[in-house]
Ligand binder design. Sequence first.
Ligand code: ADP
Ligand code: ZN
Ligand code: ZN
Length: 808
Amino acid sequence: MPDNATAQVIINIPTRKIDKPFSYVIPAHLSAITIGWRVLVPFGNRRVEGFVVGLEIESTQGLKPILEALDNYPWFDNNMLATAKWLSEYYLCSLAEAMRLFIPGQSGIKIQKSYQTPAELDWEHAAILLSKKPAEYRTILTYIYEHGPVTLNNLTKLSSQINPIIKFFLQHKLIITANSINKRGQAASLTVINLAVSREVAADTEKALPKNNTAQRRLLQALLHTQELTTVELRRLAIAPNTVKKMADQGLVTVRNVPVFRNSYAGLNRQAANLSLTAEQLQVLQELIPAIRNERYSSFLLHGVTGSGKTQVYIQAVAEARRLNKQAIVLVPEIALTSQIIARFQAAFDNDIVVIHSKLSVGERYDAWRRLQTGQAGIVIGARSALFAPVNQLGLIIIDEEHEFTYKQEEAPRYHAREVALARAKFAAATVILGSATPSIETYFQALQGRHKLLSMKKRVDDAPMPSVTVVDMRQELAQGRRSVISLPLQDMLTETLAKKEQAIILLNRRGYSTFVLCRECGHVLTCRHCDISLVYHAPSKILRCHYCQEKQAVPDVCPECGSRYIKYFGTGTQKVEEALKGLFPLAKIIRMDQDTTSRKMAHAKILSAFAAGSYDILLGTQMVAKGHDISNVTAVGIISADTALNLPDFRAAEKTFALLTQAAGRAGRGSKTGRVVMQTYNPEHYAIIAGAEHNYSKFYQNEIGFRQQLCYPPYTSLIKITVQSDNELTVHRQASQLAAELTQKLSIADTAIIGPFPASVNKIKDIFRVNILIKTQNLAAITKEIYSMNIVSRNNVIVDIDPVNVL
Ligand code: ADP
Ligand code: ZN
Ligand code: ZN
């Protein structure tokens, strides 16, 4: 057989077991295929999606051909391909797992189970079988024969009792199952009707129509009036598709399908742009603009206090990229909490922007990405997945609130958006801006080392003062006989705030009414039997719920351990604080925002905008009330338990606490009125609390970086977390010990330590036991290479997490 053009194809199956490309013949009619195309290929006895990553001229002996191209253009450009490759190597996943991050819905095809009659079907035999069955059986079998393969969905329309019929057919081999493939997420299309004749001819035809032919008359009159009609308007005019078809057959009208782009974020209110910039904003932009113009890789850390106007800097930087015809990716930690920044971008860039969020359908996401790919839009804004948008003219990536842990994906592939953004920007020769009021310790360290240029904005816009902070020692409160969750200073501040008709935010670092149920006699805490974690009491429904597996349980009357009746709800939840507030301020309008009240689409945004509009006096909630928004009438922030996170055995506990305090305090006094903050704590001498109260990032950083160095934690080392899982507790410990021994033997690389195995902090989730091994190393690249060659990642019961955010 002669040599011929072949394509090396990565099969889009998310497994780490097959991690090499396969060769396929490129048939003549698909000769346009190049690297980066998405194709349909036979694989085993299936047809699957694949990505072309190489082309060769080689012997086609025994090779199968590519069946179809899924688009008419390459989906991946060079920098997307290079980023995928980098991601798979850095995070130890397969190339397919990395590449499918770039596909809306992770796959361009959908496989549907369907049915057809086998080629060798014996109709006489079938007739005998069916003679004892209702006539419906015969009708349906004939339908499958004529239309097969047909999906179950289609068949459901033929009979309300389809399942037993299908079962009977399958049992007697009258039908077989087949898989049919749907291309997914094609742009939605719209039928458009135009006149195919001149207006005069149309007008004459209309006059000549018989009196009773009102539908055709309505259609012609409408077309004479507006030139063009869509299916939506046809429905409004009560014109049947059949009427249109008849007129098209007569040559009077044309019918075309045109793609439409769904704009699912239309309708968000706009905010005015075009402010004159502050001195600090100008100064920062003087560094950023030349870098963006330079069209070479560069990265910046924009450290700006809350209210310093970072968003306006982002907007100006993006505007510069757009002037150069470059595209921009803007990442925000959580789309639901950031409707204000989105509104500001939309005010500035209007239709040039697409918004990506997790609630988009695959079709909507596909449309959004097509608009970027075709250059119809130049800016994508979204949570971490927006990083994989197909922008071919990438000039700028912005990561707002770069310290947020939502940038780490906690399922495979476990990438961190900040790292991937830096890699993608390198491949695309683009600029990166990492912005935060509380940069992550790692990023700030890198900036001090010169890996990113450090830019700071130390003042709030209009020189508004930072809020004044009062730290309340809750031990003192108790000593003075006050047992309320609301301390006296907090109560006083709220009284004054409400009297002035200003608004307050109360932050509580927990969820639910009472966190756990405890027996006061024996100390037993009720835990989930599948997950080894305390059950949470929910007041409205009076049930206990596990937040990991969602199992529900009634509250027992007596302790299951000792039989005591003294079993009591403990802890402080938002509902309990709400009741305390209602008791103190019966006339105040209070709105609660936590995961229980905001699970619906856009619920956060609705609550926030109602609060911003002044419909409520106090906004009470968990972490989510602390982030991102900018409401000028908020002058008071109360933090109920500033230190709940400090007690976790997590080396990032102080960092998380400091960031939360700073962000929460940052919500106060953003307008012309000065803000005030009350922080309640049991640890007033902790440096995270002291520095948080002083808005002093560098004081916090100096303290924290000392600990990190002492204990060899990031940024002084890199971490790899290896989790072994099993439904058997003995097995999991044995396997983890074996693996740890194996690692100790193989990883004889300098400056590397292996810690554990130790049980994960939640050592059982959904009946699966988990044991961790932690590797600390100054040689990450060498170690990951070793781990890769040990084939650990392809073991089903092992999870490898590079740079884990959660080490517990
Ligand atoms: P940050 O993200 O740094 O906390 P924002 O970008 O939310 O700060 O800006 C804080 C407030 O200041 C917003 O209401 C914003 O509209 C306003 N603002 C920003 N820049 C300017 C400016 N140059 N002139 C006037 N107001 C500004
Ligand atoms: Zn007990
Ligand atoms: Zn559970």
